[in-house]
Design a protein around this ligand. Sequence first.
Ligand SMILES: Cc1cc2nc3c(=O)[nH]c(=O)nc-3n(C[C@H](O)[C@H](O)[C@H](O)COP(=O)(O)OP(=O)(O)OC[C@H]3O[C@@H](n4cnc5c(N)ncnc54)[C@H](O)[C@@H]3O)c2cc1C
Length: 275
Amino acid sequence: MSVRLPASRAEALAMLADHPDAVPMAGGTDLLVHWPAQVERHEREYVDLSGVGDLRSHRWTDDALVLGALTTYWDVIRDPRVAIEFPLLVAAAREVGAVQIQARGTWAGNIANASPAADGVPALMAYDAVVVLESRTGIDEVPLDRFYTGYKQMRRRPDQLVTAIRVPRAARDVQVFEKVGTRRAQAIAKVGLAVTRGVAGWRVVASSVAPTVRRCPAIERLLVEGAPIGAPGDLLPALDRDVTPIDDVRSTAEYRRLTLARVMHYALRDHWGRA
Ligand SMILES: Cc1cc2nc3c(=O)[nH]c(=O)nc-3n(C[C@H](O)[C@H](O)[C@H](O)COP(=O)(O)OP(=O)(O)OC[C@H]3O[C@@H](n4cnc5c(N)ncnc54)[C@H](O)[C@@H]3O)c2cc1C
């Protein structure tokens, strides 16, 4: 195993530009969990970002909360302003693994790992977060809801780092985060849901029910139109347009489909039929 230890952002970007197969490493909680089983990964070259001080902190600007590439779940939990302005980020952070993982795992790692069952991604997507990608040749910004192109596929080139995640500050009168797992801690989502309503409209985001975390435009339309929804089953025609759950070790596709309908119906019980 070869590990490079850049001391600055410029050095990290140069290493990725010069070594296109190199793998960025932040907290390592996704990368290293597969270590014992996937020995071929031992031969890869890693760029350990932990020494790059200016990627670490999060900061507030007039119009956004900006999470640095090394901002952890615990950093967000500890900042009381986040609970006030972005409660779903705190709710999601508290659902990730347990406290040890919350202290090491980063939001950028959660995005770049691209798991359909991620907990941080749905909360960020419901807040219209933007992924800031940097390479030696420049900066690109991609809205998170357009970042993924398929299972584990994303709009990030190998020479790019996620250097920040910009979360726009805005008034939102509905904010919901739900995770269905086997237990309260150390459980990957069988189904996840994050919902907001702000000036830009409804954002309904589901996890663990498609190849990527994704928005549910057909459900958002039902909310905008004030469609009468009397029971969870009334959501299924729209839900079947938005998501494509699969059977796997954690759950069956049908369980996921019916559970998401139930969770959604209950979580938004005051809003169905009220355009
Ligand atoms: C016991 C356990 C429990 C867990 N529970 C949960 C859970 O409940 N919910 C959940 O969502 N996740 C969970 N995870 C997964 C993991 O902790 C999170 O996805 C975490 O956010 C990953 O962040 P990291 O910094 O550790 O990423 P790393 O492991 O360092 O990297 C993950 C991926 O992102 C890439 N990467 C990292 N940083 C960057 C960057 N700045 N730019 C570009 N690419 C980058 C890496 O190359 C790698 O592909 C769990 C993991 C473990 C081991």
